[in-house]
Ligand binder design. Structure first.
Ligand code: ADP
Ligand code: ZN
Length: 723
């Protein structure tokens, strides 16, 4: 027999299929070790055949075969082809997406535990062997028990003697490490409301593969997702459920576990390597049928998929920011088509790109305009911060927010305070000369963190000592600009000394349970106010929250990004949606310095249609996505001359393209990236706006051609972040 093998090397020069001889019975999809260029390396079997195209003495044998059950499912090979040609990565890199990294590196093993199993009480024990007698009657009654538990109770000597005498048998058994085992399972199936029921039917009956559920916050989208999944499971099919960040949504996990028990498995980077491996195995073996996770769970090893759900589809975490820079929706669509499955996208604030497709009929569109039980959406009160300053209020809290907070605390309800920034304050500046503290590796301003009394770079994590004097002029007046979550907490403590306040941002949480613990504290009402960044905007359902304060609604409005209006609208709607979800009606205080801004007006009126119509005509008029494709070719290197050389070549090659296809280009230029350096790597870019995708393959080619050991060149399509 012969096996066609892809070697696990991420290099375009070996991005081919190699042939090896192998024994009968080698299965397609297995991982193997093969001799390659004097070494033995990992590979994947992507095909087997009786005959070889090469003469027998040229074909070497496979060195080792893993996996009783092939690690890769058949669908991988079709996706591998699509991904490697769409995003121009070697096939090996595409295949890696389908395996947990621990598995490739061979680091994780399955976990085993010893059990003691009762065999027979028909043995002779001396009268003095009391422990053995006790252990024997214990195990006789139980039938079996964990070996270590038995030893801890009766002594290892006694247990081993019983084993020697044949009264008990020690058995090694595989155990699955169970992440979030302590998580309470919540929620049995509810009776669907008529709106939910008709959404379910529409997804079922429509011919379309993709559906968008556009439903206001609290309209019961989750229950629809769960019903879609339940139906597919009943039919013997499987499902993938994607959420922006799984550690932020333990409630979702609880609901899934409550509904589907062990049939749900979690794929999540915060798990330990062993846990992740075991969950992956459970899916691969068919024991688990539902994968829940963030972006990368779209590659779950499930066959016969009936449904893929993408919750909060507008979320930027669904775009990968490292190679391959795939869009999760695009991959999910490929998988849905391959499996004949339904793809369901859901959001209260769909991305403009998605909504265009849904309203144009390419996707099915399901609209839910009301919250469950017709609960009103929270009233949004605008606080004009310019007026506050005029009135002599220089704190970060408007009068309205202070009063509402006071009332909320008095009534025993909870509040969420949101701001778009972490750290104690934004920047540190010298009042005398205007010096601003910046990172040495990254060309970005540093942020002061009061808990550690240091300055941190949010791009590379570097820490710097706090300044006592200005390094430029020696001046002693160092100022803090802006406000961060830590500062808000300390100001709140002064205003409301008896309130219990917790904070959630990237600095306050660590470990896989960090988020969960904070959210749990808050949902058990062990705190009155939760202060946080974007993290608290996503999908939470806290029944007692009746007030949300948005401290700086403008923050994201002023980014120089065509999506900043869309982002702001989404953020305000999502954060506001945390208020008044059950019980009492909720309120939102939105602080801003530009209350007349049209985005804020649409957001405060929950007018998605108004926002969308305005935004889409703006994009059309200015030629921005979805009416164009923004394409950035990044050139990064530690060496300035290598970067400039590559930049010149890339620019020249694309310019040649432009000469032959002038109509495809709306905009074209080369420049420094807005952030000139990150982690010591210089960053240059060629930025263009194209009419469409006609030239995208050629541009990927140019990037691949100019990548060298010294210099990385890669393509980003409609980048989330233009820094
Ligand atoms: P969304 O995901 O649209 O923001 P959720 O799915 O979180 O909304 O639902 C909002 C609230 O309504 C939740 O507390 C949920 O438990 C409840 N809910 C959803 N569907 C039903 C139903 N059919 N009957 C009763 N309560 C429901
Ligand atoms: Zn840095």
């Amino acid at each position: 027999m012969f096996a066609q093998v892809i070697v696990d090397i991420a290099h375009s020069q070996v991005d081919r299929i190699f042939e090896y001889s192998c024994p009968d019975g080698v299965k397609v999809g297995s991982r193997v070790k093969v001799p390659f260029g004097g070494r033995v390396i990992d590979g994947f079997v992507i095909g087997v055949s009786r005959a070889s195209a090469y003469s027998p003495e040229k074909v070497k044998p496979i060195a080792e075969i893993f996996d009783e059950q092939p690690a890769l499912i058949p669908e991988c090979f079709s996706l591998m082809q699509k991904i490697s040609s769409r995003y121009r990565v070697p096939k090996a890199v595409a295949l890696r997406l389908f395996l947990p990294s621990e598995m490739r590196l061979g680091k994780v093993r399955e976990a085993y535990k010893n059990y003691a199993v009762f065999v027979s009480a028909d043995i002779k024990l001396s009268a003095s062997a009391k422990k053995q007698a006790q252990a024997l009657s214990f195990i006789e009654e139980k039938g079996e028990c964990e070996y270590t538990h038995l030893c801890d109770t009766f002594g290892r000597g006694a247990v081993n003697s019983l084993a020697d005498k044949g009264a008990v048998r020690i058995e090694k058994r595989k155990v699955a490490r169970n992440p979030f085992a302590g998580l309470p399972a919540a929620g049995e199936a509810r009776t669907l409301t008529p709106a939910q029921q008709s959404a379910l039917e529409e997804i079922e009956c429509s011919e379309k593969t993709v559906h968008l559920i556009h439903g206001v916050t609290g309209s019961g989208k989750t229950e629809i997702y769960l019903s879609v999944i339940a139906r597919e499971i009943q039919r013997g099919r499987t499902a993938i459920f994607l959420v922006p960040e799984i550690s932020l949504t333990p409630q979702m996990l609880m609901q899934l576990r409550g509904r589907f028990g062990g049939a749900a498995a979690i794929l999540h980077s915060g798990l330990s390597a062993g846990e992740r491996f075991d969950e992956w195995q459970r899916l691969r073996s068919g024991e688990a049928k539902i994968a829940i996770g963030a972006r990368s769970a779209v590659f779950a090893p499930l066959e016969n998929i009936g449904a893929i759900i993408i919750d909060e589809e507008h979320d930027s975490s669904y775009v990968s920011e490292s190679a391959p820079r795939y869009s999760t929706v695009e991959i999910a669509k490929m998988r849905a088509e391959y499996n004949g499955a339904k793809l369901v996208l859901g959001s209260a604030t769909p991305s403009v790109e998605t909504y265009v497709k849904a309203s144009g009929g390419e996707y099915g569109l399901i609209t839910l305009t009301e919250r469950i039980n017709k609960k009103p959406l929270p009233e949004i009160i605008i606080a004009d911060m310019r007026r506050e300053v005029k009135r002599g209020n220089n704190t970060v809290f408007s009068k309205a927010l202070r009063e509402e907070l006071d009332e909320t605390l008095k009534s025993g309800n909870q509040a969420i305070i949101f701001l778009n920034r972490r750290g104690y304050s934004k920047t540190v500046m010298c009042r005398d000369c205007g010096y601003v503290a910046k990172c040495e590796n990254c060309d970005v301003t540093l942020t002061y963190h009061s808990e550690e009394n240091c300055l941190k770079c949010h791009y590379c994590g570097a820490k710097y000592r706090m300044l006592t004097a200005c390094p430029d002029c020696g001046g002693r007046h160092v100022l803090y600009n802006g406000t961060g979550t830590q500062k808000v907490v300390s100001d709140l403590k002064t205003l409301f000394p008896s309130a219990r306040i917790i904070r959630m941002d990237n600095d306050s949480v660590s470990g896989k349970d960090g988020h969960y613990n904070i959210l749990k504290q808050f949902s058990e009402k062990k705190a009155d106010i939760l202060v946080g960044t974007q993290m608290i905007a996503k999908g939470h359902d806290f029944p007692s929250v009746t007030l949300v304060g948005i401290l700086d609604a403008d923050m994201s409005l002023h980014f120089s990004d065509y999506r900043s209006g869309e982002r702001t609208f989404q953020l305000i709607t999502q954060v506001s949606g945390r208020s008044g979800r059950s019980g009492e009606a909720g309120k939102v205080v939105l602080q801003t310095c530009s209350p007349e801004n049209y985005i804020l007006r649409y957001a405060t009126n929950y007018d998605y249609a108004g926002f969308f119509n305005n935004e889409i005509s703006l994009r059309k008029a200015t030629g921005f996505p979805p009416y164009s494709l923004i394409c950035r070719v990044m050139v990064t290197s530690e060496k300035g001359d290598a970067a400039l050389e590559a930049l010149k070549n890339v620019y020249f090659s694309i310019d040649e393209l432009r000469k032959t296809h002038p109509d495809e280009f709306i905009f074209f230029n080369k420049m420094h990236s807005p952030i000139k350096k990150i982690q010591g790597k210089l960053r240059y870019q060629v930025l263009m706006r194209l009419k469409g995708y006609a030239l995208i393959d050629k541009i990927y080619d140019i990037a691949v051609k100019n990548t060298s050991a010294n210099c990385l060149v890669y393509v980003e399509e409609n980048p989330i972040n233009l820094s």
